[in-house]
Design a protein around this ligand. Structure first.
Ligand code: C2E
Ligand code: CA
Ligand code: CA
Length: 419
């Protein structure tokens, strides 16, 4: 490992240099503040690289004079990073962080010209991290700055579990990237006509086979979204799900099944999604109306955004646009008015509570009425018992889905059941 990439060596060397210069720095309770300057590369993008590369030195100089005797300020160990070492027994971490953040809200002089530099700050103290080893604190402060960068906050404080959490998350991302081509599978859950309980189509639900475990989306979807790995995983999912429904519809009954597929806002913002779906529909030979496109209400889709353009293009092509998880977010009524929506799926939490809470029943009934007046079909999600069916019919639901009608199952089991 190169010397400058190694936080431990960097800190040890810096302390040795201080001692050699006759200014030994021996904190009894060390603390580390890690500042990452121009973290998004905004200054480099707006100005020439040379000025941006001087930002580390300029930032550490400015911080050194603001913090004067209270801390040891070092440029590095990474480009554009500044490490601030202090003794939390002598100086409060809060005070030093306040001075640091205050300085970073003002322009910094770089090569004779002032620039505002976007920055993120991580703090690690012996008390919060549970260690007074400087190398551990250095790494924890950098990890905290990384969290601040990822979450868009100015300051993040390290905890004792932060390093292991970050390592686990990184390992999960690596395993997921390795798994894309082979280890993701789809399960399928029936959606029925509520009047007859006949199966009209299926929703595809993603599963990840990891070792002996079959993981549900709650275990990996957030990481897939953060890393954009959801894009290739989702494209493979579209291919598989449409391939399956083409198989099931081959030669069979007159009423063709539909396939409902979940797409996140990030997937819908991907310019490649629409041509991909168009190509797959053509290749597997099913009509666009076979594909129901589920968009969860929890992700806000901006009305003038690339995601909306994809939704509109898919609707123009003939796909069926569904608002999923209705009742869990804030946007749905606006979606119903402004997007080409044909189906709403009312979330299980509302469907469940409608059985025993009259107020929820009225809200759900009103949603069914609005949907009906807009020509939108209403699906009740998470139906677990036969007792719920009469009430759901009365409320105006046309479709239903839930464990009572069928649990999500692998394609082989569905095909067996259809024979
Ligand atoms: P969702 O779209 O609301 O899917 C329905 C979830 O409810 C599924 O969980 C399903 O297994 C579960 N469920 C269905 N009927 C019942 C019931 O009667 N009772 C109960 N308690 N649960 C029921 P699952 O498979 O864990 O999926 C969770 C979420 O992950 C999905 O919620 C969807 O938002 C997301 N997801 C699943 N597959 C994909 C995918 O391929 N792409 C994307 N972007 N998201 C997906
Ligand atoms: Ca769904
Ligand atoms: Ca749902």
């Amino acid at each position: 490992m190169s010397r400058m990439n190694c936080a431990e060596r960097f800190l040890a060397d810096a302390l040795a240099e201080q001692a050699a210069a006759g200014r030994p720095f021996r904190p009894s309770s060390p603390g580390v503040i890690m500042v990452v300057l121009d973290h998004s590369g905004g200054l480099a993008a707006a100005r020439e690289f040379s000025r941006a590369s001087a930002v580390g030195a300029a930032g550490s100089e400015a911080l050194r004079s603001a913090l004067d005797e209270r801390a040891l300020v070092l440029a590095g160990p990474l480009d554009r990073a500044v490490v601030i070492l202090f003794d939390s027994e002598l100086h409060s971490a809060d005070d030093l962080v306040t001075v640091t953040l205050d300085l970073l809200t003002r322009p910094i002089a770089i090569e004779g010209e002032e620039h505002f530099v976007q920055s993120r700050v991580g703090l690690a103290t012996a008390t919060n991290v549970g260690s007074d080893a400087l190398d551990v604190l250095g790494r924890a402060a950098f990890a905290a700055a990384h969290v601040a960068m990822e979450t868009g906050v100015q300051l993040h404080e390290a905890t004792s579990s932060l390093l292991s959490e970050i390592r686990l998350a990184a390992d999960l991302r690596t395993s997921m990237a390795r798994a894309i081509d082979e280890d993701f599978e789809l399960h399928y859950q029936p959606i029925v006509d509520l009047a007859t309980t006949r199966i009209l189509g299926y929703e595809s639900l993603l599963r990840w086979r990891s070792g002996d475990d079959l993981l549900a989306p709650a275990a990996f979807l957030a990481a897939a979204e953060e890393t954009s790995l959801i894009l290739p995983i989702g494209r493979a999912g579209t291919r598989t799900a449409l391939g399956k429904v083409a198989e099931w519809n081959e030669g069979g009954s007159v009423d063709k099944l539909f396939m409902s597929v979940n797409y996140s806002a990030r997937q819908l913002s991907d310019a490649l999604l629409f041509p991909h779906i168009e190509r797959v529909l053509e290749r597997v030979g099913v009509s666009p109306s076979t594909l129901w496109v589920e968009i969860t209400e929890r992700h806000l889709v901006d009305l003038a955004s690339p995601a909306t353009r994809t939704i509109e293009a898919l609707a123009d092509l003939g796909c069926v646009i569904c608002v999923d998880d209705l009742g869990t977010g804030f946007a749905a009524l606006r979606y119903l008015a402004d997007l080409p929506v044909s189906v709403v799926k009312v979330d299980r939490s509302l469907v469940c509570s409608a059985s025993d809470a009259a107020s929820i029943r009225s809200v759900v009934g009103a949603v069914c009425d609005i949907s009906h007046s807009l020509g939108i079909m209403a699906v009740a999600e998470g139906v677990e018992s036969e007792n719920q069916i009469p009430m759901l019919r009365d409320l105006g639901f046309t479709h239903a889905q839930g464990y009572y009608f069928g649990r999500p199952a692998p394609a082989a089991e569905i095909a067996e059941g259809r024979e």
